[in-house]
Write a protein that binds this ligand. Sequence first.
Ligand code: GDG
Length: 738
Amino acid sequence: MDNKTIIVSNRLPLQLHLRNGQLKMKPSVGGLATGMKSVHKDEKGIWIGWSGLIEEDIDKETHKKIDRLVAKENCATVSLSKDDVDNFYYGLSNRTLWPLFHYFMEYTEFENEFWESYKTVNQKFADVVLQHAEDGDQIWVHDYQLLLLPALIRHRKPNVTIGFFLHIPFPSYEIFRCFPWRDELLHGILGADLIGFHTYDYERHFLSSIKRILRLEVNFNEIAYHERIVKVDSFPMGIDYNKFHEAAKSHKKLCSEERSELQRKLDEHFQSTKDTKLILSIDRLDYTKGIPNRIRAFEYFLNKYPEFREKVRLIMLSVPSRSDVPQYQLLKKETDELVGRINGEFSTINWTPIWYFYRSLPFDNLIDLYSAADIALITPIRDGMNLVAKEYIATRTRKDGVLILSEMAGASKEMNEAILINPNNFEQIADSIKFALEMPLEQQISRNHLLQKRLKRYSVEKWAHEFMKSLKATKNIEKVTLSKRLDEQERKTMFEKYNSAKNRLLLLDYDGTLTGFQDNPQNAQPDEKLFSLLDQINNQNQTNMVIISGRDRETLEQWFKTKNYAMITDHGVWAKEKNNSWKPLERLRSDWMEIIRPVLETFADRTPGTFIEEKKYSLAWHYRKADPELAQIRAIELNTVVTSLISNNELTVLNGNKVIEVKNSRVNKGRAAGYLLSEKDYDFILAIGDDWTDEYMFEEIPNWAYSIKVGYQKSKAKYYVKSTQEVRQLLQGFAKSK
Ligand code: GDG
């Protein structure tokens, strides 16, 4: 059976209006709606979102009517109350996450009430999704209003594939860490199998927060999370190129009567002031878009290059947005005043420098504006992508026109041929405007030619398609790379085999297997519960239970001094059988340590939070507590340096769990396991461990034996368990036997 795709976003791709009890519905024409059209239609999709109407404003009957209407468009609604909209939408989404993620710390409000509502509303979305989702479905969740949704869905419906795409920037760790509920938010997003961003920078920032805040293992762009692999990637959103390009073409062909009023006004402008050029800017009236900066930079330009007065005009379209939030009201006032002041200062009888529209215009007017403008001046302070920049280029049917674009917009990463500016540098903006006004036509054409080619190829449909392709591919990750989960059924069979076996061998790694990790390795001594379980197993006559560890003999001797366990220490240098004394498995030299120790010391000195553990036969550099990114770089560096020093095969560098260990090559847990296997014929063998050093033993034991990895990572082990808690459950199972 084919699986369906569920799309979830804050708003539905429909506009619903209730006027005098009459319900009106029309489709939205935004970029997202266009891009998702094929996903929505072709894949038997359902789109889930808020209708835009408040619960208190609609009676039961109307509610039903709305549901019937949207169902015809394959949509389903999430119903929100006034309180939800105030605290979830205007609150946490737009007064906390929006400013924080756009680096506007001073506008960010941390209100517990907002957060509570955000959780409640995300749960409301999850409830509706769960009414529709079936095992095997793909679910694509959009944007910052729904960061908790992936985990809420995953929790109740584990067997679906979930994608998440963030349309705004993901800020640097330094900003993100300020958010009071940062852990919950990250866990929420990690419910997804695939997490998408517009640019690599946002992806990088996200991974950095994952490593620093949750301390999770990140392998290139994959995160090992519980028993899943979560993939992170960048997918720069495109536009419906053909729609804009074709609309611009057909507008050029219209005769004067057919032209819009706005177009006629623009025509008049061109007639009366033939050599006056138009600079255009379009955006929602939002503080992230850098509107006051742009006006001030334009003023600076008029002062710096007075010869251009009466020769240029700035047309600014500001679309009303979130006017319930105080900062937006202030921005409106500031913009009005700036436009007023500059027009007052510079206007002449024939010329007003800024034409300012505070409204939303129909699509056709947008095309008129894009087509008429000689320059597009797009100067956001921060912007996830910015589609306006792309739309302007798409409408340039003759390939003329110049785009001046802020390097703070995600779009700048793909639009190198534009003139890229820092929106805070007025000098640079003023010079760029002059440069753009004087740019020879051939240069305009050659720049736009390249830009158009790229925009046409990577359209919004392609973007949606690529995301869906990656999302579906995540379904296969598991099969290729990982061991099988040791589930209830497998466990039962394993215990049965254990019970009926005559000669059993248990090879138990210590750190990360029998106990969890401690920041200081000396604090990982065994607890009473562990002793009691190990005692019960060790007392079984038919079982040879061996603790096999990389730790030094002295430490294990000390911890288990009252016990009579079999142990192998130092990765296999020393062995002690039950009721027996210690003997060396390998005879080794350790004079190499004098050369390697100073090298490790320089790394420990230069990398705060790291330290050296000196063992008898090896040296280990631990970096669990260090800054994860610095430690990763240093670890690679250390590997290279040490490897170059030990060309004679005598030493090996082991990359363990947040530790690099240099030791003699002749020693490893595999060789030690081999020695045990040669001593006796076993009919039940189990080896369990959590890091790379345990892989040697997984390789050494026979195929029919149980090899178990602790944690969900690439491994040669046949099975995996999730955590040290699960290891304890296994020990309990063995302890019950005779
Ligand atoms: C968020 C992120 C990211 C504008 N005025 C009118 C109008 N528009 C259309 C434009 C364009 C869209 O609105 C604006 O999109 P942007 O990308 O520029 O900005 P945001 O609204 O802030 O969007 C942004 C985007 O999500 C997608 O991921 O690029 O960074 O902030 O398509 O054409 N459309 C009509 N009349 C107008 O007056 N019809």
